[in-house]
Design a protein around this ligand. Structure first.
Ligand code: BGC
Length: 857
């Protein structure tokens, strides 16, 4: 059977409220038959009637095909794609809705009660209204500067968490779109909103040394509820000053870094219900906010899994580390979820009136069994619960934690710690990759990087989820993006992030080091301007590397077009601020390298050349041939400058770090001397006892470069190395995620006494792409886009007996499974419809494979 599956609009399945008039369509073909290829397609888009018909287009393309017809705002569209394959037509149908787009909001920005300080009580907003006719269709368009959730007639409108997500609130915020038809009724209704500070005005974006807000101090909410009745009439319920607000609810504050104070003795009763009287509540205030509101660009954050407790135990109360305003406990309980994760707990508890307990979150335990908190730095990551004498069910509202353990003070005897669950939270992206092999340690490493990927893709790609950071560091983002693009469909997620990378540029063209950007330190911002944080190589270059990746992996040409001028300006900025093409601006260098440093100028100049090379390719993809030539010749000049400065008369690099050689080889900085560089690299690795010494910048290239230059044997040795520093070393120390430092914890010495010691930091995990593309052998062909053509080139490390790899590429699932038996290797391969692959096996001639299932020996 042949059918159309995986229909997506703007990289999302049936999205509501998209932020573009010109959506792009993608689909996949699934088939039992071999050799299926798409010969033609036809796309039809219907509102009430057909608004766009592409007609029959002779093309084998099925990825991100743009609708050239300008679609209207606030409209439900159905789309049908018909595909001609093997002289038969097949079709699939799906839908999407456009967001507010150019529609002018009638809803006003409103605020509740807030004094502008951080960690104020959550605002409860409500609007009661009566419908005298039967509603047949209703859509809620809502957003906040802050973070919110919303219920209609006591039912939540969605399972989305942390709406509206984090964007560059200096410029733009997303709105959400919810179909709430089933929640409304004829008669009395109520909308109930909880509004917190979130990324907008919470501690995360406050200046560290002054507590001043970066964006604004008072959270605001804006919405319109559009209702259609059975008689064809419509009405809109907008936010305005008839909405009521209260801060009398139990959430006394909810903050991303610091956690939550929940006092059950504050109660608003049944405030979400239409029958509730809000007579005593205050009126909401109109607020002026000048900000662009966009529709949805990426999948929302959700709770994707509930995890049970692995074990729990009481420890001596004397192990409690004193905290202000919390009396010494008489009971101290440690609960272990067995997995370092991102999310929050859920429990049922009854506490006597006025009695409080504190719950702290941590990733590790100290040697004495108490909770390790030092690596949180200033983030408190705590929940304080105050009882009212009745049992209540509890999950925090607007906060998340990076934790494996919680430590609870004075847990009442009748509360079973084993019944607490952890809700795992992250951007709900489609999982696309799977890997398993005969080596359990490697499997664990694979699982660990997946957990770090999940937890650190929480609306933006973060460095870590636990300490007072959780920022969208650009280097971390590109370092892991290739691996992430095997694990999950990251197209929409990255498009959203790259928008913020781009709005955060300086006028001169420098990119920030993290995005969404705000100045962390008030005085820095004051004395140096926000430029202080911008313009650094290897970090800023994410702005070119990531769009190029999205283009290659998803045929996302729009991302190149959209940001082209900015990328170009970044290259010119670098040129103007270089010394005859030598650049020296990379403040973090090869961050966390292992006593094998690389100079700022080498890294900076290498990335300048690489970015310029990518720009030549990008210009050429966009048909800007004269730009392409200009970039090509600039890249050659940069390479010449690099060679003059960093390659000695003997043809070797004057800097001997692993990272220096890796950058020279990966970026082709002096190809005539590649053999020398390779020797320098391998000599260095041998000198380190067959171990790596790279930091964040070198590590992602280590295995791929060795393998590309014929030393897959050495790449395997490094991958399977168990001694420090190596990927498997933390696994052997009990890691369940990727760590910021290889030796963040050792069985021998315990936790490394370092304030920057995150146990959930995916950068070093980037080498997991090697499992997919080298052991599994699934590689995008050099000149191909979106896995339309790919190479299957697995290799069979001596230490492994078998490996199974799957990747749901944008065209369909690619599979490789190989097994060694009695001296031969059997390999099974699946090539999805409408693609072709080159099978490249050691010492065999290349074979061209059309779609289908194959088995070779
Ligand atoms: C982050 C990193 C980031 C870096 C810049 C750190 O605090 O955690 O992962 O890239 O700063 O060096």
């Amino acid at each position: 059977m042949t059918r159309i599956v995986g229909m997506k609009v703007e990289g999302m399945a049936s999205p509501l409220g998209i932020g573009t008039h010109y959506p792009r369509f993608s689909w996949r073909i699934e088939s039992d038959a071999n050799g299926i290829e798409q010969e033609a397609y036809r796309i039809q888009v219907f509102a009430e009637e057909c608004v766009y018909d592409s007609g029959e287009v002779r093309s084998d393309e099925s990825l991100n095909i743009e609708c050239p017809k300008r679609l209207k705002a606030l409209t439900h569209y159905r789309w049908v794609v018909s595909v001609l394959a093997g002289s038969e037509w097949f079709s699939g149908e799906s839908s999407f809705e456009t967001g507010m787009l150019d529609h002018v909001w009638s809803g006003k920005w409103i605020a509740g009660i807030h004094n502008g300080d951080v960690k104020q009580p959550v605002n409860y907003l409500r609007k009661g209204f009566t419908l005298d006719k039967q509603p047949v269709h209703a859509m809620l368009y809502s957003t906040a500067l802050g973070v919110y959730d919303c219920a209609i007639n006591s039912s939540m409108v969605s399972d989305e968490c942390f709406a509206p997500g984090w964007t560059d609130y200096f410029f733009r915020v997303q709105h959400q779109t919810y179909n709430v038809t089933s929640l409304l009724r004829q008669g009395d209704n109520a909308i109930a909103v909880r509004l917190g500070e979130g990324w907008y005005s919470g501690t995360i974006s406050r200046r560290r040394n002054s507590n001043l807000p970066s964006y604004g101090s008072i959270p605001t909410f804006r919405a319109e509820l559009h209702i259609q009745f059975d008689d064809g009439t419509t009405t809109i319920i907008p936010t305005d000053d008839t909405w009521r607000c209260s801060i009398g609810g139990p959430v006394r504050f909810s903050d991303i870094y610091d956690g939550e104070l929940y006092d059950a003795s504050y109660s608003l009763g049944d405030w979400m219900s239409p029958s509730y009287s809000d007579q005593g509540w205050s009126r909401c205030l109109h607020k002026n906010r000048r900000i662009t509101i966009w529709g949805r660009t990426a999948p929302p954050v959700r709770r994707t899994e509930l995890r049970k407790v692995l074990e729990w135990r009481d420890i001596a109360p004397s192990l409690w580390r004193r905290e202000p305003n919390i009396p010494d406990p008489h009971r101290l309980t440690i609960v272990d979820f067995g997995q370092n994760l991102v999310g929050r707990i859920r429990l049922k508890i009854k506490l006597p009136k006025g009695v409080s307990i504190s719950i702290r979150h941590g990733e590790m335990l100290n040697a004495d069994g108490s909770l390790f908190l030092d690596n949180l730095r200033t983030a408190r990551a705590a929940i304080n619960l105050v009882g009212n004498g009745e049992e209540f069910e509890y999950e925090p509202l607007f906060t998340f934690f990076g934790f494996r353990y919680i430590q609870i003070t004075n847990l009442p005897e009748d509360c079973d710690p084993g019944a607490i669950v952890a809700a795992v939270m992250h951007s709900d992206l489609e999982r696309t990759g799977r890997f398993r092999c005969s080596n359990d340690l490697l499997n664990k490493f694979y699982e660990n990087q997946l957990w770090s990927n999940r937890g650190n893709y929480l609306d933006i790609p973060t460095d870590c989820p636990q300490r007072d950071e959780r920022l969208g560091w650009l280097a971390d983002a590109w370092i892991f993006a290739d691996t992430a693009s095997f694990n999950f469909d990251i197209q929409a997620f990255f498009e959203k992030y790259l928008e913020d990378v781009n709005t955060s540029r300086t006028g001169a063209g420098e990119y920030p080091q993290y995005a969404p950007f705000f100045a962390v330190n008030h005085l820095d911002a004051y004395f140096f301007g926000t430029e202080y944080y911008k313009g650094h190589s290897a970090w800023g270059d994410a702005a070119i590397i990531c769009p190029w990746l999205l283009y290659r992996k998803y045929n996302d040409k729009r991302i190149l077009e959209r940001h082209y001028d900015n990328m170009k300006q970044w290259i010119f900025f670098q040129d103007e601020n270089s010394d005859h093409h030598l650049r020296c601006s990379c403040v973090w260098r090869d961050w966390l390298n292992h006593n094998d440093p690389t100079s700022e100028t080498l890294i900076s100049t290498a990335f300048f050349a690489y970015g310029t090379d990518l720009m030549a390719k990008i210009a050429s993809v966009l048909g800007k041939e004269s730009d392409a030539k200009e970039f090509e010749s600039l890249a050659n000049e940069i390479r010449a400058a690099f060679q003059k400065r960093f390659v000695g008369n003997d043809g070797c690099l004057v800097e001997t770090s692993q990272t220096a050689a890796l950058l020279a080889l990966e970026f082709g900085l002096d190809v005539r001397n590649n053999d020398n560089f390779l020797k320098q690299l391998t000599d260095n690795i041998q000198a380190h006892g067959c171990r790596l010494s790279t930091g964040f910048i070198g590590t992602p290239f280590l295995l791929s470069v060795l393998s590309r230059f014929g030393r897959t044997d050495l790449a395997d040795t490094l991958l399977l190395q168990q001694e420090f520093p190596s990927w498997l070393y933390p696994v052997l120390q009990g890691a369940t995620t990727i760590w910021e430092r290889w030796d963040g914890y050792t069985k021998e010495h315990g936790i490394l006494p370092q304030p920057m010691n995150s146990f959930n930091h995916y950068a070093y995990g980037a080498s997991a792409s090697y499992l997919y593309n080298s052991i599994g052998g699934i590689q995008l062909a050099d000149d191909a886009i979106g896995f339309k053509r790919f190479v299957i080139a697995p290799h069979f490390p001596d230490a492994l007996d078998w490996a199974e790899t799957e990747f749901d590429s944008p065209y369909g699932t690619i599979r490789t499974a190989w097994r060694k038996e009695n001296g031969t290797v059997t390999i099974k391969v699946t090539v999805p419809p409408n693609t072709s692959a080159i099978l490249r096996l050691p010492s065999q001639a290349d074979r061209l494979l059309k779609s289908g299932d194959y088995c070779f020996k």
